[in-house]
Design a binder for this molecule. Structure first.
Ligand code: UDP
Length: 250
C-alpha cells in the first residue's frame, strides 16, 4: 500500500526516496525493478521490493542491536521504510570475504580465494563514470571526506562485516561480499544508509555445494540462473526464523 508521502527526492535503480512530513525523515519505497551491469540489463521481478524491504529492515535492526548506527527508523508498509534524512557520501564501500565478481575480472586473484582480513574497496558512486575504483590518493583529491571520517567509515564497515558474517553463518549462509553506502546525519555522525539485501550482498547457501544452485543473491539475475525471487525469499525465510517481525514506524 502506498503511504502518504511528499515529493520525490531521488530515484535510484531499486528504490525511490520521498520527503515525509518532517525534514528529519524520508520515506523509502523498495521497487520490483532489477538492474545489472550499470543498468544495461533490466527486469521487473514481482515481489522483490517487498522481500528486500523486509530483509533490510531486519538486518538494520540486527546491526542497531550491535551498536552500528543506521538510517533505519521502522517500516511503513511491506515495501516502504521510514529512514533518517542523511547526506549520502557518493562512495560505495565494498567488503570482500571471498574473491569473486569484479575482483576476479580485474585482477589475477583466483575465484573463491578466502580474503582474511576482508578486502575493503572504495568506489566513486557515479553511474556516468561506471562507479570507478578509487585509490586513497584519488579519494583525497576528491575531498569527499576527511582522513578521520575515512577511518571511521572503515571501522564501521568492518564492524558490519563482522556482525553480518556471523549472523548469516548461523543461518547457513556465507556472506561472500557486499556493498554499503554511508551517510552523514544532521549531527555530522556517520550512519549506514541505503539497504542491505540480496541486491547488494552475495550470499551462498552453505547447505548446497553446487556452485550455481548455492547462489541466493543478485548473481542469479546477473548470470540468468532463474529463481531470483525464490533465492531472495529463501534468505528472508531464514532471517524470519530467528528475527522478530521488523517494527512499524510509530
Ligand atoms: N554491488 C552493489 N552495487 C554496485 C556494485 C556492487 O550492490 O553498484 C555489490 C555486489 O552485489 C556484490 C559486491 O558489491 O555483493 C561486490 O560487487 P563487485 O565489485 O564484485 O561487482 P560485480 O561483479 O557485481 O560487477
Amino acid at each position: 500500500m502506498k503511504p502518504d508521502h511528499g515529493q520525490l527526492l531521488y530515484e535510484g535503480k531499486a528504490k525511490r526516496v520521498f520527503s515525509s512530513g518532517s525534514n528529519e525523515r524520508v520515506l523509502v519505497e523498495f521497487k520490483d525493478d532489477a538492474t545489472a551491469f550499470n543498468a544495461q540489463k533490466r527486469a521487473k521481478l514481482e515481489g522483490k521490493g517487498q522481500i528486500n524491504c523486509q530483509i533490510s529492515a531486519s538486518i538494520f535492526e540486527v546491526l542497531e542491536r550491535e551498536g552500528v548506527p543506521t538510517h533505519y527508523l521502522g517500516l511503513e508498509s511491506d515495501n516502504w521504510m521510514v529512514a533518517q534524512y542523511v547526506d549520502v557520501i557518493p562512495l560505495e564501500v565494498v567488503l570482500r570475504n571471498i574473491a569473486t565478481g569484479s575482483l576476479c575480472r580485474e585482477t589475477p586473484i583466483p575465484f573463491g580465494t578466502e580474503l582474511s582480513p576482508a578486502l575493503l574497496d572504495l568506489y566513486y558512486k557515479d553511474d556516468a563514470l561506471s562507479d570507478p575504483l578509487l585509490s586513497e590518493a584519488r579519494l583525497e583529491k576528491l575531498g569527499l571526506l576527511s582522513k578521520q571520517k575515512l577511518l571511521e567509515v572503515e571501522t564501521l564497515s568492518r564492524k558490519v562485516n563482522q556482525v553480518l558474517t556471523s549472523f548469516f553463518a548461523n543461518l547457513d549462509l556465507l556472506l561472500v561480499d557486499f556493498k554499503l553506502e554511508i551517510g552523514l546525519n544532521q549531527h555530522n555522525q556517520l550512519v549506514l544508509a541505503d539497504e542491505v539485501s540480496p541486491d547488494t550482498c552475495r550470499l551462498w547457501d552453505q547447505r548446497i555445494s553446487d556452485p550455481e544452485e548455492r547462489i541466493l543473491d543478485k548473481d542469479r539475475f546477473r548470470k540468468d540462473l532463474g529463481g531470483v525471487v525464490e533465492g531472495y525469499g529463501e534468505i528472508l525465510k531464514r532471517i524470519q526464523g530467528v528475527c522478530p517481525k521488523p517494527r512499524n514506524y510509530k
